[in-house]
Design a protein around this ligand. Sequence first.
Ligand SMILES: Nc1ncnc2c1ncn2[C@@H]1O[C@H](COP(=O)(O)OP(=O)(O)OP(=O)(O)O)[C@@H](O)[C@H]1O
Length: 666
Amino acid sequence: MSDESGEAGERDEADDTDGPDDTDEADETTESSYRADTDWPVLALMRDHGRPYLHLAVAGLLIRLVWIVPGQASTAILGYAYDTLFSNERTFAPPLVPQAWIQEPIDQLWLVAGAMLGLTVLGKIFQVLRTLSWGAFAFNLQHDVRTGTYDTVQRLEMGFFDDHQTGEVMSILNNDVNEMEAFFTETIDDAMTAASFLLGVGFFMALLNWQFTLVALAVVPVIVAANYWFSGRIGAAYGAIRETTGKLNAQLQNSVSGISVVKAYTAEPFEYDRVEAASERVVDAGLELVDIRARHYPSMRALTGVGVVLTFGVGAYWVVDGPPGPFTLTLTAGTLLTFLLYTQRISWPMIEVAGVIDSYQSATASADRILGVQRAAESVTERPDATELDAVDGGVSYDDVTFAYPESDQSESDERESPPVLTDVSFDVDPGETVGIVGPTGAGKSTLLKLLMRFYDVDEGSVSVDGHDVRDLTVDSVRDAVGYISQDPFLFSGTVRANVTYGTPQTDEAAVWTALERAEADAFVADLPDGLDTTIGERGVKLSGGQRQRLCLARTMLHDPGILVLDEATSHVDNETEALIQRSIASLVAERTTIVVAHRLSTVRDADRIVVMDDGEVAEVGTHDELLDADGLYASLWHVQVGDVQSLPAEFVDRVERRADAITTD
Ligand SMILES: Nc1ncnc2c1ncn2[C@@H]1O[C@H](COP(=O)(O)OP(=O)(O)OP(=O)(O)O)[C@@H](O)[C@H]1O
């Protein structure tokens, strides 16, 4: 909060240098993707998030309004006392005070001193109340913006995360929201302080001598014009700073999270160059900002100085020689003293206006990005009449499913469709059945699972659970019914217990150990230094791939879903661990419908049925033996895996060679 008599609140540049990316190209392509392009984005955020705390803002505003006139009365009293007590130009007869109390000059002096002291004490009490109510409003509002934006981000469809870099989203949730805090807690109050100061001073000036007020405020139109110019320039500069800061964060996040690859390839100098380039772009944007400020603030001071000199020069002439030119009102020395004090003091709010514009434009650049995330289109939306999937039998059907990933052309801010990755896919999984999905890389296997989880919605056809189109069901109830174990299982930084009971926090210790036993994870967890309470590091880095996978299986066992989908769940482990995991998966699979995506065909050999995908289409369906007998794509893949390459048909070998050529050409 600025002191009312203090200097202009020039913003600290250090606040603004928190932020570039892989390449210059990426800079260009993501530029418009975080912009809401809304008029008045700060007001929109306040409207969306400030309602519950409106009473606090109103209290702060009322206190401010009540104090506008009394806040400037001391200076007017000083001028009045000078004219009446020292130069005897006027009689001492203040309103509302019985004349009998102020017969003697000493009584008059006491009254003046008492009034000024009373106004100062009352002013400080009002300032405390105003600061408390406005501060409470500002922090609650900022909290609401942060949690609201986070909630929106976690509900956005997966496509958003495919297109946006985590580091930049983090930058919005953290840096941009923090920028808003500075605006809510300081600038709004500073703006009101400056406005009420100007109004109060303007009121007393006009009351004392409206003609001389025109002279004293002659520089104001020039100041307004200069601030208008400043507002446009500084707004563009802040937009560039937020943009480059977000990209720097994205680059830092990329480089730090890929640190093991960086080290393995001794790519530290390369990564350093990328971070340096990104940081230099922030510096360039920051220097532009500094340049604009460096020109503007001194100009403001010079202009207000000209105002004081003008007031003194014309005022002194006016007092001595009477009103100049067209003016008619007389000016006393005491009134001139009051005007001089006012014009001196007015320079702070005049410059503060520039600080408020500066901070407002900074907040606008951040608010625009926050709203850009809050208003990101959701491609998976819940129908208003969506129903809950209650008791799950576990039947799953894919009917003529065609799907293409939405491809966003961010530089144009529009979306266009990429070629379909699934075309007319149909197959059923009966309750309790285990179905394997196999096929060459990129055939669309994982995509099938993502459609079932409603990470995306089909373009044509339908995916159903127990006969209900998943689009007619609530997203939560579908995801509750499906247990998904991916290729790269995610563990949160925290204890083994917190990770295994994630989603089922009330589980007792005995149930946790049972789940660990069934997942074949009990032995290694018991050997950890603190057992269930051992901290396993960010993303479980202190565990092996197989251990992580088994903890995820234990988590799924506690969750006990009606349908289990496994996406290459054993792809990252050795044969011994695979055998262990397969044993634990077997106990999960026995009780529920299971869909298993696998490259290692041995994983699905015993499945009730195997769906063979090829280039987004279903190529074959059957049991392992049926498919081998059919001697098609599955049989060829099987021969590759068992090392029997002599039995491969010529067209399969051709196909693999064409694919390899295509990859090399790409
Ligand atoms: N988020 C995405 N956005 C755009 N295209 C995608 C996305 N995810 C996958 N694809 C593309 O969709 C196609 C099918 O991918 P999918 O992951 O389903 O194949 P897959 O058969 O599971 O492959 P793999 O066996 O290598 O895991 C691929 O061409 C892939 O490049």
